[in-house]
Design a protein around this ligand. Structure first.
Ligand code: PGA
Length: 249
């Protein structure tokens, strides 16, 4: 049985003070929930504050990105060693905004995944097709390419703890969600491809989250799909009440 996981991607929102206020309001709201694993991914400047604020609550903290090198002359970048040192356990890799605005390629995503494994960080690997690709009937092909390159040289046993987030680019921040059936089909395809690439055991262990305009009112229909193991939530994770409703759906 895969434990559902709900992750908050705060993107470039919240100062560290605002992040701390969120955690103070959020923890009491989810104090009694047992079902989900929860990961908060604030911006880099708030990581330490959020890690201190969630101490002993069972909530984990992830970064939104990292460089694959452990150190070096890469001005402005943050390394896996630095993330580990402050207590980060998860890292989002290959979010479509990183691919779209910061030139991240499938090959870079692969290097980052290998580096996360080496440094014992759990990657949350984002994949998904653009609207153009979906309309050209290329969704399956794109998801296959993204998985093939992302998982190059990955050892199947290492992959068992991976988290994949299927985020159709056209559904991110647009209010347009994939229907549960559409998402369920894409998840089924992704899991089948992972089974081909890494074996059945890894494919059955990896949690595949859905992301793209997840809100309290659509979270439960999405989660009822057998292949959907949770959600990666942007906009609706910024407010503690709305995010707690997604956790508690
Ligand atoms: P959204 O973002 O929930 O605001 O659509 C999801 C994401 O980008 O991870």
């Amino acid at each position: 049985m895969r434990k559902p996981l709900i992750a908050a991607n705060w993107k470039m929102y919240k100062t560290s003070q605002q992040a701390e206020e969120f955690v103070k309001a959020f923890l009491p709201l989810i104090a009694n929930q047992q079902r989900d694993e929860i990961v908060l991914c604030p911006s880099a400047t708030s990581l330490s504050t959020v890690i201190a604020a969630v101490k002993d609550s069972g909530v984990a903290v992830g970064a939104q990105n990292m460089h694959y090198a452990e150190e070096g002359a890469f001005t402005g970048e943050i390394s896996p060693l630095m993330l580990k040192a402050v207590g980060v356990t998860h890292v989002i890799i290959g979010h479509s905004e990183r691919r779209q605005y910061f030139g991240e390629t499938d090959e870079m995503v692969n290097q980052k995944i290998l580096s996360a494994v080496k440094n014992k960080l759990t990657p949350i690997i984002c994949i998904g097709e653009t609207l153009e690709e979906r309309e050209a009937d290329k969704t399956k092909e794109v998801l296959l390419r993204q998985c093939q390159i992302a998982f190059k040289a990955v050892v199947p046993e290492d992959a068992e703890s991976f988290i994949v987030a299927y985020e159709p680019v056209w559904a991110i921040g647009t209010g347009r969600t994939a229907t549960p059936e559409m998402a369920g089909l894409a998840h089924f395809h992704i899991r089948s491809q992972i089974a081909r690439l890494l074996g059945r055991k890894a494919a059955d262990s990896i949690r595949i989250l859905y992301g793209g305009s997840v809100k309290p009112d659509n979270a439960s229909a999405l989660s009822n799909q057998p292949e959907i193991d949770g959600a990666l939530v942007g906009g609706a994770s910024l407010d503690p009440v709305s995010f707690s409703k997604i956790v508690d759906y």
